[in-house]
Design a protein around this ligand. Sequence first.
Ligand code: R5P
Length: 328
Amino acid sequence: MSTNVTNDVVIFGLDNSKELSEQIGKVLKREIVPANKIVFADGERILSSSITVRNKNVFIICNTSKPVNDNLMDLLIFVDSLKRASAKYINVVITYYGYARQDRKVNGREPISSKLIADLLTKAGVTKIIAIDLHNPSIQGFFDIPVDDLRGQFIFSQELKSRKEKFVIVSPDHGGAVRARQLAELLQNGEEIAIIDKRRTGPNKCEIMGVLGEVENKNVVIFDDIIDTGGTIINAVKALKEKGAKKVIVAATHGLFSRGFDMFENNDLVDEVIVSNSTSQSQNLIGSNYKKLKVLSLAKFLALVIEANINKTSITEVYNAYSKRNIK
Ligand code: R5P
C-alpha cells in the first residue's frame, strides 16, 4: 500500500494497541513509532515522542478500554506532549472509546462523561478523531473537531458472508436496531432482523421483556457494540433459544470481557463469539485456546482509513470497496 504524501506523517501506536498497530504498520508499509512512557511511583505518568513531530501529520493508534482511566490519561498526556512539540495535526485512531455509554442523563444529577472526555481530548490538542462503532453515534456531536465514526459492520459482514449461511440479525436492545439493520443490508442475502426488548435494571444488569421478530428454526447473529460483563448477551441468547433459534452466533465490535470468556466457552447455548481486536482484552485473547472465540482484525480497514486521511480521499470509497468485497 502506498501513500502520496510520505515524509510528513508519523504514526504512533500506544502500548495498549501494540499488536493492532503493528498489523496496521505492515499493511501501510510504514514504521509504527512507540511512545516513550514512564510511570512514577505514585502512578503519575509521562509520555513523549522520541522523534521530531514538528509540523507533522500525526496519527495515534490507541484504545481506552480497561484500565480505562490509565489509558485515557496516557492518551491525554501524549497528545499534550505532541501539541507542545509543534505537531501540525493530531489524529487519534481510538478503536474503543471508554465512557461512551455515559452519553446522556438517564436520571437527575448524572454526568455526561462521554462529553467530558470529548472536551478533554479536544482541549489536549486532538484535531481529528477516528473511532469505530461509538456506542451512540451522537457522540460525534460532542466534538467540535471532525470525527470519523467508522462502521464495524463492514468487517463483520465480510466474515459472515464467507459462511454462506442465512442468518437473522438480532439487536440485543432497541438502541442497536439501526446497527443490526445495516449489517443485514450489507449481507445482501435478504437477511431479516429481530430486536430484543431489553430493560436496564441497574449498572451492568438487564431484564429481557420479549423478542420482536421471527427467530424460530433460524440461525441468528446477535450483533452488539460492546460485550462488557456479558450479561446482556447471555440474556439475549437465552431469550432467542426459548423462542426456538437454532445456531446462535454472538458478534460484537468491542470485546471487553470484564468477567472473562469462560462464560461463553462453557455455555452450550452459544455456538460462537466473534469480536474485533479493538480492545486490549480482545487483542490479549488472540492465540488463546478458546474454541468458540474468533477475533477479527481491524488492521486492513483502519489502514485504508488512515491512508484515505493521509491522501485526502473519501472514506466512502473504503466502504464501497468493502461492500463490493473489492479489498485487495
Ligand atoms: C448497552 O447499551 C450496550 O450496547 C451493551 O449491550 C452493553 O454495554 C453490554 O454490557 P454487558 O455485557 O455488561 O451486559
